[in-house]
Design a protein around this ligand. Sequence first.
Ligand SMILES: Nc1nc2c(c(=O)[nH]1)N[C@H]1C(S)=C(S)[C@@H](COP(=O)(O)O)O[C@H]1N2
Ligand SMILES: [Mo]
Length: 483
Amino acid sequence: MRTEEDRNRGGVAGAAAVGVAALGLGEAIAAARGGSLIDTIGRALIDTVPIPVVEATVVISGRHDKAATRAGVGAGAVAATAAISALPPRLRLPGVVAAGAATAALATRQSTRSASAMLGAAAASGVLAAGLRRRPRGVLGTLGWTLAGAGLFAAAHTLQRDLDRKQDGVIRRLGAMGAPGTVPEDGLEGEAGLSALVTPEHKMYVADVSLRAPRIDPNRWRLSVKGMVAHTLRLSLADLAADAVEFDAVLVCVHNRAGEGRAGNARWLGVPLVRLLEHAIPDDNATHLVTRAVDGYTISLPLDALRSGELPGYLVVGMNGQPLSPAHGFPARVFVPGLYGQYTGAKWLSELELTDDSHSDYWVKRGWTRELLRVHPHARIDSTLPGREIAGTTSVTGVAWAPPHGVDAVEIRVGQEDWQPVELGTELSPSSWRRWRTTLKLPAGAHTIQVRAISRSGQTQDAVDRPPFPVGPTGLHTVTVDV
Ligand SMILES: Nc1nc2c(c(=O)[nH]1)N[C@H]1C(S)=C(S)[C@@H](COP(=O)(O)O)O[C@H]1N2
Ligand SMILES: [Mo]
């Protein structure tokens, strides 16, 4: 006869398998209702962990920050299950209830508020409670629970993919946003390894605190301009598109360290924010424009600087001739060329609110400076290849930016030799990135190459290596070539 004690001896593997199945069911149920349990928990974690943890995750996971966060949630859930299963039997049910309640609390936070995730959490708790009472033992039982969990994850993935495809279809049916027109050129076409002058949408970096782009119905979406204004506005995507103009500008994440790819140059379509302000007429005591997203993210911009033109901000509805993609902020975002992405305005806008100084932004609450962080001039090396024209030479290409003033010069140096200018491509606009190339004659052996950008406002790229936090990264891109 099996005693209670026997049953409890089922290994950690069995408990972990129950955890996988529980999370899988929770995820599938949330997905069936258009949400995600894992992503809701992940976002709540991003919202609450200390800044050094956020910074370390960005450095370690690079472009895979979202996958890393999800993996962390999965591992945490399995570990929690194993921990609960190790409790004395009478404490296990309370343990499951506590874990379920904690998860539900995360799912109701302001930024994540998700009924689907709450439902998923409840279902997961039920599976946990039942599964830990009759914990699987032996290879077969453990395998069965694990496979059931895997199947549920696969189902959740399929549901999510179908919803995303549907959303892509809705966006595609809106048609072009802006004039697709001719492909811009800068005279440096055909350089192998050099970034495109205009970054294609799928190559544009994605950075945000939401693990999944919200799916917004453009037919029901309205942008409200409200708060301390004489006229509250409610604008549809078509209203906005009708007033929009095209501009070229580079978007740079504050986490882009020397030589990295968290930057891209696009042809945007947007309504100058000054035009919206002219219609809304801010009250005299309004000082800030809060850009608020459906995911609870906010960034605010100083009204004076927007109106004087010092911050040439836009309400953006298009990128490279198309509507914004879900990842890049569909249906609308705010973008001020020259400010780092974290300070430039929210994607997935829900409203613009005029306020006084009392509002505190998402990242300011988390310890980032209230000062707007301006993009430092930066040059990046994209390729170092054997010269095509003259044997024994090395052709070096790259991009450089210094928005909103523009790149005046890019200089290169080999080892500790003098800085020398490179050839610049034609500038699309001062706020865009500028491509460059040069040919070096290098003797055989290994050489260290560095580049720096000099802005038209007279700022030379700072060579001192600093991390992104707290005022944006500095330092030079350094590459070693073997000739
Ligand atoms: N709603 C919302 N907007 C946001 C963010 C966010 O987390 N949520 N992140 C900002 C940051 S840090 C950057 S770098 C840019 C990135 O824009 P992209 O993903 O289109 O490249 O969006 C900004 N806007
Ligand atoms: Mo960013």
